[in-house]
Write a protein that binds this ligand. Sequence first.
Ligand code: PFF
Length: 470
Amino acid sequence: MEGEVSKAQTTARGQWTSNLGFVLAATGSAIGLGNLWKFPFITWDNRGGAFVLVYLICIIAVGLPIMMAEILIGRKTQKSAVGAMKEAFGPRWGLVGAIGVLAGFVILSYYAVIAGWSLYYFGKALGWSASGFPSGLRLGDEFTSFAARGGLQVILSGLFMAATMSVVWSGIKGGIERTARILLPILFGILVLLFLSALSMEGSSEALAFIFRPNFSSLGPDGILEALGHAFFTLSLGMGAMITYGSYVAKKQSIVKASGMIVLLDTLIALFATVIMFSVIFSVPGMEEQVGGSTVGMLFISLPELFYTTVPFGRVLAPAFYILVAFAALTSTISLLEVVAAYVIDEHGVERKKATLMTGGAIFLVTVMCAMSFGGWGAASNFELFEGKTGVFGTLDHLASNWLLPVGGFLITLATGWFMTREDSESELAAGGTPSWYKYGAWRFFIRYVAPVSVGAILVAVGFFGVDFS
Ligand code: PFF
């Protein structure tokens, strides 16, 4: 054990090869199921325009400053979540990092299940494209019986975990950065093709109006908080993912420029995805009423058939769409596992490969329960900790989105805004150069006042008014 500790400690810490490498890896973390799966649905649920506008404000006023804060903490200390919080703010703050590690563990365990669904639908779409979409197929029933096949669910999420582990196993440059450099351009390319096809559809102008024309009468206070909560999830904030990725950033790179880029790309992708899905939905008479039900409904029940009946070049684009979802999910699951693995590596001196196996294996045990939550196994499906949230899957989603991310985010903003000296944060953010839109004073105002008050409001809403963000 002694030997192992010193070996791990003397191994040089990984670093991104360039600013672009970092931006791609962090953007990969940010872009995920949150953009392709959750954002279109909550935009739909909140009736569009006004919600999108509020969301954009939350991204700029709260998301961007916290993104900068997290990367700053990581780069300054060159440590992952727990070690970084301890070193920057004192031993007790290590707990905030620990909440982040727990959040990474919890989110990955259920995220891998949905990621597995995208693999399955990719396979299905390949089959449909090759031999035709069967008429009369009831995709809703099909989905329900698919989700209840416990064994298949475990295999699919297991495949996804294996892919995630193989990347984290290979380290920062050779694993995480390399994967992002390959997958992100493919992801952007597919999205552009889908976007062009969507714009050529009849429903696209109605979709654009729905998304970009604000109608404030349809947005309540819950919608505003939901936008804020989602800003956290989509930017991978509040759980030390960006602290951990920031710890591999070299001093000569600019935190501010990178943060601006990551936030911009994440937002663009979410908007693109929403335009694509709504253009399809608005192009089919009567579809609007049918979609309503759930996020799952939109992605895995309504869309597959529409690809084959309505979307131009749908036979090519359907499999492309599901592989896009899988790639986006993979670059996110990598960062979730990295937060947990890097903690074990940095704080317990375990070597990377061993740490990957240990943490990935432990998380997979919980993934199995999440995978069995849709009828695969009675105990996992009926498990109830929070009222109205049945199943291990729903419980963990609720725990992470309502509690772990907002609490972590709140404490990270407080720490950076109030417990780090002005000199420290100013010089760290200035290192590597800053873009023209950046003003240190503005960042400081947002991180000290705007961000903690806004995130505090989420906690008050969850704690006292029972609002649900999962
Ligand atoms: N940002 C990811 C998404 O939008 O799907 C989810 C996520 C990944 C959250 C990594 C947190 C994280 F650390």
